[in-house]
Write a protein that binds this ligand. Structure first.
Ligand SMILES: C[S@@+](CC[C@H](N)C(=O)[O-])C[C@H]1O[C@@H](n2cnc3c(N)ncnc32)[C@H](O)[C@@H]1O
Length: 212
């Protein structure tokens, strides 16, 4: 189920300008060419990621689930001059396409691409993150959150995507594997007294989390 009316999406695109305009051609090319283009953040969500990143001015960003790199480049916009973004993608083909876009559109930003399973790579990253974006396999969200929480800087923010999971979590009986995983993630967050969170009805649902 599309939660946001397509006309509302068109409207917010018309009256927003936070998405980096130089990424438009890349964004459109992925939509036109990739058989799983629906995995990509939409244009407005990209703008939201950029806006938050510019507000926080993070030194270290981590992204779990690169796909073709549109969200990576949106997040990278707010990095400090010496900052870097690490992004993890399990599918080599997508990581290769992302690297091509980073070379073309990265504008000198430090983007470290990791190919492999985020559950294995994340524990080996030494930095404390100021901003994290969780957007990979839904059944991994609880693990990603548990691994990430101690790696967040005191004012760091985690953004988790798809937390409304196409409206499936609103059903009385949640049946799909991914919807069940997202419901379990939302419940894990709900009982975590150490953090504050806000769910936003942007696209497929975004939850922002910070330590108290
Ligand atoms: C929804 S897409 C990411 C979209 C991207 N963040 C964007 O907004 O354009 C999810 C990506 O996570 C990757 N993925 C799935 N499981 C993973 C894992 N265990 N570790 C790293 N990446 C994974 C998938 O291959 C897919 O490309």
């Amino acid at each position: 189920m599309e939660l946001i009316h397509p006309k509302a999406n068109e409207y917010v695109d018309q009256y927003s300008n936070a998405t980096p305009p130089h990424l438009k051609a890349m964004y459109e090319a992925i939509l036109a060419e990739h058989p799983h283009a629906h995995l990509q953040s939409n244009w407005n969500q990209g703008g939201f990621l950029t806006f938050i990143s510019k507000m926080l001015r993070p030194k270290y960003i981590i992204e779990i689930g690169t796909f073709n790199g549109f969200s990576t480049l949106c997040l990278a916009e707010g990095l400090t001059d010496e900052g870097q973004i690490d992004t993890i993608e399990i599918r080599e083909e997508d990581a290769t396409r992302a690297q091509k876009y980073f070379d073309q559109y990265g504008q000198g930003k430090k983007i470290h691409q990791h190919i492999g399973d985020a559950k294995k790579i994340l524990p080996n990253l030494p930095q404390l993150f100021d901003l994290a974006f969780i957007d990979a396999d839904k059944t991994g969200y609880n693990d990603y959150y548990t691994l990430l929480k101690p790696k967040m800087s005191p004012n760091g923010i985690i953004i988790a995507d798809n937390t409304l999971f196409h409206g499936e979590v609103l059903e009385e009986k949640i049946s799909g594997k991914n919807a069940k995983a997202i419901q379990a993630f939302n419940e894990l967050l709900a009982i975590d007294d150490e953090t504050e969170k806000i769910m936003l009805t942007i696209r497929d649902g975004l939850t922002l989390i910070r330590k108290k």
